[in-house]
Design a protein around this ligand. Sequence first.
Ligand code: ADP
Length: 450
Amino acid sequence: MFRTVLIANRGEVALRIQRACRTLGLRTIAVHSTEDAEAPHVRHADAAFCIGPAPARRSYLDQTAILFATEVSGAEAIHPGYGFLSENAGFARRVEAAGLTFIGPASASIATMGDKIAARNAMREAGISCVPGSDGPLPDEAAAAMELALRIGYPVLIKATAGGGGRGMRVVAGPSDLAPALALTKEEARQAFGNDAVYLEKLLEHPRHVEIQVLADHHGHAVWLGSRDCSLQRRHQKVLEEAPAPGIDEGIIAEMGERCAAACRRTGYRGLGTFEFLVEDGRFYFIEMNTRLQVEHCVTEMITGIDLVQWQIRVAQGEKLDLAQRDIRCTGHAFESRINAEHPGTFAPSPGRVAAWDLPGGPGVRVDTHVSQGSVISRHYDSLIAKLVVHGSTRADTLARLQLALDEMRVGGIATNLDLHRAIVRDPDFVAGGVDIHHLERRLAEGGLR
Ligand code: ADP
């Protein structure tokens, strides 16, 4: 059992985790860069340690500094949040080796799922189908890749086994493009992830991104907590999410949910996790598993009424999950708009001082943010400034709440994507529900959503 948690993150997620710890009676330790010395996650913590200068690789990604701060502070557990070190198996291994608790799955689970080929193979063994593609990394000779691509059928997608965050993927339309695309993707993967292994997947042309949240304890118990639809994406990055995924038969979701929970039991997975699928023509294809708390966890919290971060910490304490699958009920609908500090049109980050900051309110409205009037948005970190989450009884009612909340929200001094969100929630196809992963980019290319 631990009493003190070091939160190895910043921004809204550091505050989210701090709140969960507080409500469980746990002490919290913040770490921060020099740039974040005045940040709210630092102000609200029981103690705080500066771990380096502004660039993340010299602070929030500095494993040794974080482990040192943990030792000095007397913390017995580390919560990595999302991003930064949250899916770094090497870091989780160092935390375990130091006799501390990593609030997340075992480092071995992170390592397996962080290798997309190993993850695909593990899922196939668990009876979950994957996007058609290679069984292992592609050999260096282009001839073998050519043969496989022909068998799968063009267009294909080259993917880095170590890829993440929408990076390390390249579409190949036909055979003449394959060899150069392969060389380029391998080189990019080597530079970005220190691992140039790549594999092939069939490019699905009009899928939806649907994911299943799971929660598992150390005692072989696992449950699934409904579905989320994250099809609204730009450059493979999620922009707006909802729960449940609209228009998908509940029986199919329940069957997929059961298989995901069973896969967790079978592999001894523990903590929170997300199984990501592409869904095309009613069929589910596994693409990857995220072994951490996700940005969009809030929409699941809203429809289930379950505090996922509290449970993540409680199972890390060794507590038994006292939630049975039949106790989990999804009520109503929820949306999350990711509000970013970025320029409309170019999507370039827009750092600077927040001169005006008016948040929306009313029934079913939740804003997770670390920003307030006068905050300075740093150019060194992610551009997410707030998550606007709304809950309501039906999808239509909830969408009306989201439209109003987006209209009420005002941010001055920096550029944001608020207008993009305002346009999305009035887009007739989005309002109808069930758009595919290319919808947003298609609309943007047409000059729509202005
Ligand atoms: P990452 O780890 O970078 O998030 P994912 O494998 O989760 O990568 O894929 C991210 C997004 O890329 C998906 O949500 C989807 O939009 C797109 N994508 C991934 N695989 C395919 C595929 N086989 N066909 C079409 N789109 C894909």
